[in-house]
Design a protein around this ligand. Structure first.
Ligand code: DGY
Length: 321
């Protein structure tokens, strides 16, 4: 009998995914769900044929070039791959795969959740109620602003950007403008492409970010770009924390230069700046974009499909390098 490929999984995964991994591979699971140390990741790269990490694992050049490396595939449990040094992986001949498509709707739903939370100021209102401070209906108290007929600006019109645009256009009657680095043949919704990120920042009432993280987009939403926003505008980020200059955003929110922000991702996760946590014009979530059981299961199954394809020498469902 031929030996099953050895696979190390860095975090606990949904039950159905772990059951399938156990059926297919000689797999080391992480029942405790404790993030692995660099030394443990090195041991995994040296002892296994494949690694199944996620966004909390830094797969850097040192790890990819660790002496005695055996692993030939890093099957990331995420669509984003900014936790992996792709150039180093390519140079080292390590295949990297990801999980696109299956988390589009869940992530777009969280963008909408943040958008509604922050524009309707639900968090401070709920907090008031929970503290027992609600004194009853009052015509001018706890007023938010509506999305209807406002302009949605999407930066990064890929799958998730388009799914957010559809929800906002067909659900709320918003006009959609967007910036995407390359032309989008069919954005799937009536939408106007604009020539720059700056144009979206200046013209939109609600801006939703859907850019990849990593060095190329580091702080692309800079202090100067935040300064272009209307004082009544909101910024929503379900992409990666590093695409925003977080200090500049905090300053703009503190000084009420913009109306608010809805954030699911942060520059130094899981650290969220205290200054941000103290503000009432933000809605904050702990990286919940893909957090439904159905979605996390689908992501795991796609990661397993990628591993299966690798070991069978078949085309990969989702190869990055
Ligand atoms: C991703 O897939 O990139 C998300 O951020 C984690 O689900």
């Amino acid at each position: 009998m031929t030996e099953k490929p050895k696979v190390v999984v860095t975090r606990k995964l949904p039950y159905a995914v772990e059951a399938r991994l156990q059926a297919l591979f000689d797999v080391k699971l992480n029942h405790d769900d404790r993030p692995l140390s660099t030394a443990e990741l090195e041991v995994a790269m040296m002892g296994a044929d494949g690694l199944l990490p996620t966004v909390t694992d830094a797969i850097d050049s040192d790890l990819l070039n660790v002496k005695g490396r055996r692993a030939g595939i890093v099957a990331n449990f995420a669509v984003g791959v900014n936790n992996i040094d792709l150039a180093a992986a390519e140079a080292a001949g390590v295949v990297v795969t990801n999980t696109p498509g299956v988390l589009t709707d869940a992530t777009a739903d969280i963008a909408l959740t943040l958008m509604l939370n922050v524009t309707r100021a639900t968090w401070p209102a709920e907090n008031r109620l929970r503290r027992g401070e609600w004194t009853g209906f009052a015509p001018t108290a706890m007023l938010g602003s509506g999305l209807q007929d406002k302009v949605l600006g999407i930066i990064g019109m890929g799958r998730i950007g388009q799914a957010v645009a559809k929800r906002c256009h067909y659900g709320f009657g918003m006009d959609v403008i967007y910036f995407n680095r390359s032309p989008v043949a069919d954005p799937g919704v009536p939408a106007q492409a604009v020539e720059s990120i700056d144009a979206v920042m200046a013209e939109a009432d609600v801006i939703s970010l859907h850019l990849p993280g990593g060095a190329n987009n580091d702080k692309v939403i800079s202090a100067a770009r935040i300064a272009l926003m209307k004082p009544t505008a909101f910024l929503v980020n379900t992409a990666r924390g590093d695409v925003i200059d977080e200090d500049a955003l905090v300053a703009a929110l503190q000084e009420r230069r913009i109306a608010g922000a809805g954030l699911d991702v942060f520059y130094h996760e899981p650290r969220v700046p205290e200054a941000l946590r103290l503000l009432d014009n933000v809605s904050l979530l702990p990286h919940l974009g893909s957090a439904t059981l159905e979605t996390r299961t689908a992501m795991g199954m796609l990661a397993v499909d990628n591993l299966e394809a690798h070991f069978a020498g078949r085309p990969y469902p989702a190869r990055v390098v």
